[in-house]
Design a protein. Structure first.
Length: 319
């Protein structure tokens, strides 16, 4: 199979039939063999019934229905697990991504040899205050922190070589940072393509301003995990040993000064009345706790088992 199109969605019943017709027309006109995987992320409208109807009429349409709303990252994770195409295309279900871009994205993966091609919505039709400006700040911070030079990390329209999506773990709300996850996994041939962005035709956006707050927090998380996620002892252990040594040296100096004054008959207060003695003890205790945190982190990494992060309520028969 040449192409898998993975589409996460939430309450998009009005756009699904039009989106399917558009995608199918583009793929058939280019003689692609394909599958279209819709992941219903806990919709409360008739999105699932629409997906079932499309699947009955076209066996290339497959559907996954979550038990409740788990988020876009979990939806993509489920779609990636089941995708069989050599090239995997992701796009949003709101008709703001243009399926006409798919053939060129496919060629950039298969002919130009890229591992991942990310869409760049250079001209946007979103609200300037609530989406465009925060998005520019967010993307600038992501470029600086990750070293991946993309203009638009959060564009839903992306193309992947199959091996990429099978070897990265999209969890939490990390769908924004799939290019960073791919880079951390060793897939360095990452580029972007300017794509056409369209105004939303039906309904309202499912994302508010809080997604950028979450985005920046996730950016810090992925930076930390990329640096120390596989070696927590390198951070916590080193910090713990350093603090313990500082506290131990300080306590030793206080004890030495006490003995020196006693030996020379110099009046001196009790060690127990010296606040610096307690500060040094506290630093040693905190250092020990940091070291133990790093040690426990190493044990957890060695003993953890993979576990599904969502419940699938139903799938179409052909998946």
């Amino acid at each position: 199979m040449q192409i898998s199109v993975v589409i996460p969605l939430l309450n998009e019943e009005q756009s699904l039939v039009e989106l399917y017709d558009w995608i199918a027309k583009v793929l058939r006109s280019n003689s692609f063999s394909y599958e279209i995987i819709f992941i219903d992320d806990g919709s409360t409208d008739h999105s699932w019934q629409t997906i079932e109807s499309l699947s009955k009429n076209d066996e290339a349409v497959k559907g996954i229905r979550f038990n409740r709303n788990y988020g876009k990252s979990q939806a993509l994770h489920a779609g990636f697990l089941r995708a069989q195409g050599d090239v995997v295309i992701t796009m949003d279900a709101d008709l703001q991504d243009n399926p006409e871009e798919i053939p060129e994205l496919y060629e950039m993966i298969t002919k130009d040899g890229y591992d991942l091609v990310s869409g760049w919505k250079k001209k946007r039709y979103d609200n300037v205050i609530t989406k465009n400006l925060p998005s520019k700040l967010f993307n600038a911070a992501a470029r600086k922190t990750s070293g991946v030079k993309l203009h638009d990390f959060n564009c839903g329209l992306k193309a992947y070589r199959k091996e990429v999506i099978k070897n990265i773990d999209v969890y939490g709300e990390m769908h924004r940072y799939i290019p960073v996850l791919a880079k951390n996994a060793g897939y360095y041939r990452i580029t972007e393509k300017e794509v056409q962005h369209q105004a939303r035709k039906y309904g309202n956006t499912k994302f508010g301003i809080n997604r950028f707050i979450h985005g920046f927090l996730d950016l810090l998380s992925i930076w930390f995990l990329s640096k120390f996620g596989r070696r927590p002892m390198h951070l916590f252990g080193a910090l713990g040993v350093l603090m313990f040594i500082i506290g131990f040296v300080a306590a030793g100096w206080i004890g030495f000064a006490k003995l020196y004054k006693l030996y020379h008959g110099i009046p001196n207060t009790l060690v127990a009345l010296n606040p610096w003695f307690y500060i040094s003890l506290t630093v040693m205790i905190i250092g020990t706790q940091f070291f133990l945190a790093g040690f426990l982190g190493e044990l957890i990494l060695r003993s953890k088992r993979d576990k599904e992060r969502y419940l699938i309520k139903k799938t179409t028969p052909n998946i």
